[in-house]
Design a protein around this ligand. Structure first.
Ligand code: GAP
Length: 513
């Protein structure tokens, strides 16, 4: 636990020190759970967004993009159910006066039991070596069986109570499990209450004529209300998808954990419209596809796991999270939801407009069913950034801090470094920059000894350092140093563009899917 906390603190301070993430309005002591992306952060974020967009839109003939406004007609949120049901169950500790999400307290408790079981499994795997049969051990070891059944029992009771809106039982469960406030250590809890997460605002010049609006809590509704427009103008045939990236806003109560849970954040969502009855097939398809996308970035297979929902949102008939191993443990990174025809039907009812598709093969009209993939861009940023930040002990015993970002996502692809600041070397370096900058983000650095400059680029995550030295003047060659292996090779200046391009091109990375 302590290790995790230390690692997370390092991630946050590195993000600030190297120009990735700043707290919003820091000179005024910041605004809680709101963050700004700095000079490198904005590039990393843009590259993740582009990597997602290309994988979803460019690679699929039957998926198109959309950029709907953040402001939407207020009836949208009545129809979608967000006005009535977009609530979190909250509980306060009377001694610390801290507020918690009741479901998160219970989920954290269940995760602790889960970790105990995992520890037993790891120990046994070590003890039995190659002959270890994990499935058999899980189903027969009394301690592991007990841990897993306790975990499942707790989660399913919570799911049932939330679904039945039985908030008294959620409080009972917290008391029965003897969950204590992490700050005061006491079990002196208030009742559990529901709290709506949407931010309200107003549109219009005068108080009398102003209309109450909400800042959208998800981008998905912009897609649903445009379903018929896109389908007709794009002559789309089912199955087809509409993808969108953009800001969403939630008045999160427990807004900790840096950019993991923010009040203003960005989503990358795709709604896939299918024939009724085929939604679960497509749900499985998109679960698999999305996991492949994640794995293509090489952050490690073991860092991902699926978590099927015990408590389904008001619109879903199946839902799973892709969880990622963040510095504070496995948490939701992306949601895959089978949303049925809930949203389109609700918008039909509230707007009085038909939101249907005429299926020529079936010779009938229907309201399509929807499978959604929804990932938080900021969470993806955190997953990539935290996993890439590594402290390496080198062969000579020295240490280096290196940000091993997937090169396709790195903000700057290459730093061009003249060995010394004279003898015409800076001029050659500038010339190389002027050739490469049409294709890549590149930077120039001439300050300090070359070793220190390499370390600086390692820490900021630049995959290549290109050093111009005196030999360059004679033979037009430079040294190219690879960030991850620290290996150096001598190459011709004319080869640089190809070498970098092969390594960072989105196409090459996406082919790994
Ligand atoms: N349209 C469905 C939807 O919004 P969600 O599970 O509430 O579903 C989808 O959100 C994704 O958005 C989450 O998996 C997460 O990555 C991201 N997300 C949600 N709330 C967030 C927050 N407060 N801060 C950062 N990311 C958030």
């Amino acid at each position: 636990m302590k290790n995790q906390e230390d690692k997370f603190k390092k991630v946050i301070s590195h993000a600030k020190e190297y120009g990735y993430v700043f707290q919003s309005s820091e000179i005024y002591d910041g605004l809680s759970a709101v963050y700004d992306y700095a000079q490198n952060g904005v590039e990393l974020k843009k590259n993740i967004r582009e990597y997602w967009w290309k994988a979803m839109v460019q690679m699929h003939e039957n998926i198109v993009g959309l950029d709907a406004a953040i402001f939407m007609h207020p009836t949208t949120w009545k129809a979608s159910g967000h006005v009535d049901a977009f609530n979190d169950p909250l509980i306060d500790n009377k001694d610390s006066k801290k507020r918690y999400r009741a479901d998160v307290l219970i989920e954290d408790y269940a995760e602790k039991i889960n970790l105990k079981a995992q520890k037993e499994i790891k120990k046994a795997a070590k003890r039995f070596g190659e002959s270890f049969n994990k499935d058999e051990f899980i189903s027969t070891n009394p301690r592991v069986v007990k841990y897993f059944s306790k975990r499942d029992e707790v989660l399913s009771r919570m799911g049932r109570s939330l679904e039945n809106e039985d908030l008294a039982d959620i409080k009972n469960l917290i008391e029965e499990l003897e969950i204590a406030c992490p700050v005061s250590g006491s079990r002196n809890w208030t009742d559990v209450k529901q709290f709506n997460l949407m931010f309200g605002t107003k549109i219009g010049a005068s108080a009398e004529t102003a209309m109450d609006l909400y800042l959208r809590p998800e981008t998905a509704q912009g897609i649903f209300v445009n379903f018929a427009n896109v389908q007709k103008t794009g002559r789309m045939k089912i199955p087809f998808g509409i993808a969108q990236t953009g800001k969403a806003f939630r008045n999160e109560i427990v807004a900790r954990q840096f950019i993991f849970r923010m009040r203003e954040f960005e989503q990358m969502e795709m709604q896939f419209f299918v024939r009724p009855g085929e939604e679960l097939k497509w749900y499985e398809h998109w679960k698999e596809e999305r996991l492949k996308w994640h794995l293509s970035l090489g952050l490690g297979k073991d860092n991902y796991r699926f978590h099927d929902h015990d408590k389904l949102a008001h619109y879903a008939n199946a839902a799973a999270d892709i969880e990622f191993n963040f510095p504070f443990g496995f948490k939701e990174l992306e949601g895959i939801h089978s949303r049925t025809d809930f949203d389109l039907k609700a918008h039909e009812e509230h707007s009085g407009k038909k939101l249907q598709f005429f299926d020529h093969e079936l010779n009938k009209s229907y309201v399509p069913y929807v499978v959604e993939t929804s990932i938080g861009l900021d969470r993806m940023f955190l997953a990539v950034f935290a996993t890439s930040l590594q402290n390496e002990v080198l062969e000579d015993g020295s240490e280096r801090i290196v940000l091993k970002l997937p090169s396709v996502l790195a903000p700057t692809k290459a730093a061009i470094l003249p060995l010394i600041k004279k003898d015409g070397l800076p001029e050659i370096a500038r010339k190389i920059i002027n050739e490469l900058k049409f294709d890549f983000n590149v930077s120039y650095d001439e300050k300090d000894a070359i070793g220190r400059r390499y370390r600086r680029q390692d820490a900021v995550g630049t995959p290549f350092c290109i050093t111009v030295d005196h030999d360059t003047k004679n033979d037009n060659t430079v040294t190219i140093r690879h960030r991850d292996t620290m290996q150096q090779e001598r190459v011709k200046i004319s080869e640089l563009k190809n070498i970098i391009s092969n390594n960072v091109s989105i196409g090459n990375w996406l082919q790994k899917m």
